[in-house]
Design a protein around this ligand. Structure first.
Ligand SMILES: Nc1nc2c(ncn2[C@@H]2O[C@H](COP(=O)(O)OP(=O)(O)OP(=O)(O)O)[C@@H](O)[C@H]2O)c(=O)[nH]1
Length: 393
């Protein structure tokens, strides 16, 4: 499963965002994920469940359906705090980079209120564009450091053996960079890597970072007056990136109010209903303020952040494997039991392998359960597809 990493300097609201994303609420319940590490949590992406459109009652197994919306679990890592010169191993530098290695994509969290400086201390009018630039520079220097370790020896060997891309991909193993990606990244450089300049190596590190760690920007504390101006600046400076205004504080407050039985949070409609009758004026005012915020901003941005990270940045789609193409159920009769998040471009046979190696190896054909037609091994799946795999396994 693709893992999302949260990164950012201290005090931007990273922990609040992590908790807002991963704290369990009664409705969504517990999932059997073993916590390998306290900074890894489960959150959810949402997608319309086919049950509504097909007029069937689903019995989800690996996910949850609430009012026709599927909640599909995903993993989030709260990456250890970033300090300047982390790439040199300063502060929590090495821990930061180790955590980051596990992430397939990352969310850069910045303080859009402009009230924290580059080190995370209180200030006024700080431009968060600087924070993103600083983070990208840190990452580039980190990859550059790995790339150029024993470079003299490596480049001589690569030149002799004429296998530069392969050796670089090996040097960067752990970053999930394929040989093809390296071939693309070095196509404009001299054939002889011993001739590459320092600037060229740094640029190469940058290109490889973009390929291996796609990112989006969470402009957090968007609820502060004045944040709008900074959000504009971020969108202007990072046109190629997805920038999403978020209020982690409001999302977390609503989640906790929901858990405490004070409200019923209607996430799909960015609204909530107050169900507790014993609230004081301060609580009522706070809830009214949050209600207004949800209406004005179309939500807190947290679900949008997760969905866009998986669906747009990581190019994933949701497919539903079933064993009976007429009843859309598994062997036990559970309707639409599993929702799989897979990369766009996944074929019927790839899906078979994801279900079980044996099913993949003995794949015969598949059935598009909506259209009731047979599809071949190489048929590319679409978002929302319901697929039956027929195999000799
Ligand atoms: N107004 C507002 N405040 C927020 C928001 N998110 C976080 N905060 C506040 O910002 C402060 C810092 O939040 P944290 O979540 O502790 O920040 P952090 O980035 O995890 O900080 P470190 O743990 O030091 O790395 C806290 O007082 C939060 O309540 C938000 O969306 N809006």
């Amino acid at each position: 499963m693709a893992i999302l990493g949260l990164v950012g300097k201290p005090n931007v609201g990273k922990s609040t965002l992590f908790n807002a994303m991963t704290e369990k609420v009664a409705d969504i319940g517990n999932y059997p994920f073993t916590t390998i590490n306290p900074n890894i949590g489960t959150s959810f992406v949402t997608s319309p469940c086919p049950c509504k459109e097909l007029g069937v009652q689903c019995n989800p197994n690996n996910s949850k359906c609430i009012n026709g919306i599927r909640y599909i679990p995903v993993e989030i890592i709260d990456v250890a705090g970033l300090v300047p010169e982390a790439h040199k191993g300063k502060g929590m530098g090495n821990k930061f980079l180790d955590d980051l290695r596990q992430a397939d994509a990352f969310i850069v969290v910045v303080d859009a209120s402009g009230k924290t400086d580059l080190e995370g201390n209180p200030t006024e009018n700080h431009n968060p564009v600087e924070d993103v630039k600083f983070l990208l520079d840190e990452l580039d220097m980190w990859i550059y450091g790995i790339l150029t370790k024993n470079w003299d020896k490596l480049s001589r060997k690569a030149h002799q053996q004429k296998n530069t891309a392969k050796l670089i991909a090996e040097q960067l193993s752990g970053l999930n960079i394929s040989e093809e990606q390296v071939i693309n990244a070095i196509c404009n450089l001299n054939d002889n890597p011993t001739k590459w300049t320092d600037d060229e190596l740094l640029n190469l590190a940058k290109t490889l970072r973009k390929l291996s760690k796609p990112m989006l920007i969470a402009a957090n504390k968007a609820d502060y007056p004045g944040a709008e101006e900074n959000i504009k600046k971020l969108k202007e400076a990072f046109k190629d990136y997805i920038v999403i205004p978020t209020s982690a504080e409001i999302e977390l407050a609503l989640k906790r109010a929901e858990k405490a039985g004070i409200i019923k949070y209607d996430r799909a409609n960015n609204d909530f209903e107050i169900i507790s009758e014993s609230l004081n004026d301060a609580q009522k005012n706070a809830l009214n303020y949050m209600k207004e915020y949800l209406k004005k901003h179309n939500g807190t941005g947290i679900q949008e952040l997760l969905n866009r990270a998986y669906f747009d940045l990581l190019n994933m789609i949701v497919v539903y494997p079933v064993e009976d193409e007429n009843k859309y159920c598994d062997k036990k009769g559970n309707v639409l039991p599993d929702a799989y998040l897979v990369k766009k471009g996944t074929t019927a046979k790839d899906l078979a392998f994801k279900i079980h190696t044996d099913i993949g190896n003995k794949f015969i054909y598949a059935v598009d359960a909506r259209k009731k037609i047979r599809i071949g091994a190489d048929h590319e799946l679409k978002d929302g597809d319901i697929i039956k795999i027929v195999s000799a396994a």
